[in-house]
Design a binder for this molecule. Sequence first.
Ligand code: PEP
Length: 251
Amino acid sequence: MKKLIAGNWKMNGSLAANEALLAALAQGMDAAPACDMAVCVPAPYLASVQAQKAGNPNLAALAVGAQDVSAHAVGAFTGEVSAAMLKEFDCRYVIVGHSERRQYHHESDALVADKAKAALAAGITPIVCVGETLAEREAGHTEEVVKRQLAAVIHANGHCISEIVVAYEPVWAIGTGKTASPEEAQSVHAVLRAQLKAATDQFARVRILYGGSMNAANAASLLVQPDIDGGLIGGAALKADDFLKIIAAAQ
Ligand code: PEP
C-alpha cells in the first residue's frame, strides 16, 4: 500500500500565497512519486488550485482535497458545501471530523459519520480524523475515545468503510509542536487497525495516517512504523521545503 502524505492548509493562504506555494512544490516534486500526495485547501481556492495544477505537469500527481463537507445533499443549509459541489471541483479527498471542527463547531461522532457517508456517496474519500485530548490521554482513555469515534463511522458506513482513510491526530499534538512518539502513535494505530479488521475483510485497503506536529525532522521515524501509512500535515504543509521533505521520507 502506497503511503499518503496529505497537507491540511487549514484557514491559511491567499490566491498569491497559494500560487507561490504550489509553484515551489512543483519545482521539487518527483514526476513519479512513490507515495500518494494531496493538499486539502480552503473551499474558495479549489478552482484556482485545480487551474494551476492543470497548467503544470509537475503537479499532476498532487491530489486536491477539501477540509469539510456538509452531511446534507442539498438545500437550506446556509454556509455549507455539499459533497457533489466538491466533486465538481475534482476533490479526491475531504477531511471530516478534524478536532478543530469537533471542538469549535461541536461536531458529534454521528455528524462526522454522516459527513463521511456523504463524501463516499459522491465518490470522494473521507479522511476521518480521530484523536484524544490531553485530559483524555492522562485519564487513560485514549483507546476508548478513538475507538468510539471510529465506531460511529463504521456503524454508519458498513462495508464502504474500506474506502475511507483514517487519521489518528492526538489533539494535544496538533499545532503544538508536541508529537506523539513513534511508539505512542504506533500503539494507537494498531488498535485502529484491529478495529478495522473486525469491521471489514478489506481492512488492508484502509490507510491510517498520523497527524500532529509531523515535520521534516520527525517524519521518517513516524512513517517507518508498521501501522503508520502516511501523514496529515498542518503547519509543515505551508512550507514547500518541509512538505517535500516529508514526502521524501514517505518514499
Ligand atoms: C492538522 O491540522 O491536521 C495537523 C496535524 O496540524 P499540525 O501538523 O500543524 O500539528
